[in-house]
Design a protein around this ligand. Structure first.
Ligand SMILES: CCCCCC/C=C/CC(=O)SCCNC(=O)CCNC(=O)[C@H](O)C(C)(C)COP(=O)(O)OP(=O)(O)OC[C@H]1O[C@@H](n2cnc3c(N)ncnc32)[C@H](O)[C@@H]1OP(=O)(O)O
Length: 189
């Protein structure tokens, strides 16, 4: 109910939709180099599952990368491709992002991507982080983070890039930025 209300309350949704259609050709032209089809390892299950309801125009994106939906390069690439596909579909007007994992929305950046990797890999990884938040923040869809678990650091960033956030009321679930505690600094961009 709350999600539907949030979608309905978005003023000028029709204007938004016409805005989407007017720039949809641009979107098609702006497929970023990051999203050029990558070698897909079909032996691993998809990390993102999208359910699109044609009758409401609302897509639900389930993050399903056990155990904690950490934001790895593969995960972020898959997420960005999914967002981009929905963005190009003019009949999709709203996107709800949620987690299929119990108790965790997203644990933030995958820490293993930041340790012992080549500078090239680190560059690709941080570009994919940037790509993720730019895609969500700049989306023409109404975006909602349905935060059904803890969402530290990069998970918080992802939620913040959405138009609306609704968080499950559970004192065990935390959200916020903990980079200082971790001793890392997000690179300048
Ligand atoms: C201008 C603003 C710029 C902002 C830029 C954004 C920058 C963000 C930086 C980051 O995101 S760095 C990552 C920060 N994240 C964390 O510190 C989260 C740490 N994890 C937790 O707090 C907990 O794991 C949890 C998410 C609350 C879940 O707790 P739970 O008890 O359910 O599970 P665990 O037993 O702790 O973990 C299970 C399993 O998952 C591994 N893991 C957890 N988090 C990460 C992670 N971020 N990356 C990679 N792996 C992670 C953990 O090690 C366990 O693995 P194991 O093999 O089963 O031991």
């Amino acid at each position: 109910m709350a999600l539907r209300a949030a979608l309905r309350s978005r003023s000028g949704l029709s204007g938004l939709l016409s805005q989407r259609s007017s720039c949809s050709s641009d979107i098609r032209m702006c497929v970023s180099p990051l999203l050029v089809p990558q070698e897909r390892n079909y032996s691993t299950p998809p990390k993102i599952r999208v359910e699109f309801d044609q009758s409401t125009g609302v897509a639900v994106m389930h993050m399903q990368s056990p155990p904690v939906n950490s934001l790895s390069l593969d995960f972020l690439t898959e997420l960005c491709i999914s967002v981009e596909k929905l963005e190009m579909d003019k009949s999709c007007r709203g996107l709800i992002i949620t987690s299929a994992q119990p108790k965790v929305f997203s644990a933030g950046l995958d820490i293993t991507e930041m340790y012992g990797k080549s500078p090239e890999h680190c560059g690709a990884f941080w570009r994919s982080v940037q790509e993720m938040w730019l895609k969500l923040y700049g989306s023409n869809m109404v975006t909602i983070a349905a935060i059904n678990g803890s969402s530290p650091a990069g998970g918080c960033l992802m939620a913040m890039t959405c138009d609306y956030r609704i968080m499950a009321d559970n004192p065990r679930y935390n959200i916020g930025l903990n980079e200082t505690q971790l001793g890392i600094v997000a690179p300048f961009w």
